[in-house]
Design a protein. Sequence first.
Length: 536
Amino acid sequence: MRVLKVPFAVVVVVVSAALGGVFGSRLVASEDRAVTRYRMYAAALDAVEREYVAPVDSAQIIYGSIDGMLRTLDPHSSFFDPKAFASMRERETGHYYGIGVSIVASIEGDITVTQLFEGSPAYQAGIRRGDVIAMVEKESTKGWTTDEVVKHIKGPKGTTVNISIRRPGLQNLIPVTVARDEINIVTVRTAFMIAPGTGYIRLQDFSETTDQEMTTALKRLADAGMQRVILDLRENPGGPIDAAIATANKFLKRGEMIVYTRGRVPNSDIDSRATEEGAYPTVPLVVLVNRDSASAAEIVTGAMQDHDRGLVVGETTFGKALVQSVYPITGGAGLALTTAHYYTPSGRVIQRPWDASFDDYMTYQLRDQNGSRPHPASELHHTDAGRSVYGGGGIEPDHFIPGPIEGFTPSRFLRAIYARGAFVSFAEHFTKEGDTRPGAAAAAASHRVAKGWQVTDGMVAEFKQELVNERVRLDDAAFAADVPFVKAMIRYEVDVDLFGVEEARRNLTAIDPQVQSALGYFDEAKHLLELPKKGS
């Protein structure tokens, strides 16, 4: 995604002035049509504001109409209202000032914490996922919007905010005072030695801080004896294209193509190559992907595969090869407009086709893969060493290993249980031994655990009973078959809450079927580096 600082209207004016002498009559005719359409839109908006059966919010109508306009183009051109645009910029820059929580408003009017950033003020205060922010500065938040809550809890670094938390299982509210601080949204969620000589990096998404984060993570692993590495791009939805280019450059030789883009206007045609010699051009590499790896994650994956630099393992990726340029517009809003296609070094377009309503396209992740599909001859391309690769719909792995949820392939019943957040909710029954954080000390947990704990059959039975209590219609056969997945998810979510993301990921990768399969392909990854390449 490319961010443009110049307002779109200014660009239009400059271009019109430059071309007016040659195409003046043509531009006048176009402007006349545009004025007529603007008047039509204004008349419709005026009628709605005056005549509709109930009062309307003009801003929301305008926002909706702009979004609707963009959605006639493709699935990824989209409009951001001021709140959404500010949030997107926070994710891209990788930091903001606040207490470090993500929240959502429930149907009942409660403001619930859905995510905490590890090490943030909220985390240090013992706030947990599933907690309800019941009061802010002694004011009830019942019925507040998330915007209202965010407005109250964000603020200058060093100032404090008083919050009262309602936690399942406790009758009384938990008061906590939280000092606001700079919140760094890291993209390299974990990096550790997964086996002797083998590094593991989980790159969750891309932002302006990814380049430095990857540099730091790789150096730390190299210092720990890294001789080979798994780059885990599963669930990575992408981000700024520059961050993907910088990441790929770390594993490539100077001058090698990483990605190129082509669009309607000349400045959208860009060839992006490795601008310097990568620090790790000969370290055997396995890239782990799944159906939710998209956009910038596919740029990195495609470059590694096309240059025979890394072996790709997992599922076929999402298939997004559209480049969006982001335009700030009036009132703090913005839009992401598709301005180019990107191509992998071998010339592949890996964009999946979409249906008119985008329904089939956007539900791609819900459909199981079997590792094979027909390939039109026009989609055939070749890597530097002459291996066959294909465009037309995502990047196919060199070795297909299913695993849509954390490397596992549970039944549809357990996937539904996972999607409704049942494992996150069950984690609220656990607390860490000796946890003295203000909010944590007030836990109403039935299990106190220490690092290295294990999920027991009794805990699994308790989880199952909780589903029954919530009137979930159980599929006993599916549940019994998926007990390994159930145990893995219980431990993972509890570890995330109590011991941090890295500890959680260390324990999960030890039993993650896709990761364990990936560890077995390093001989082949090393062999890729020895293949004769074109031009060499």
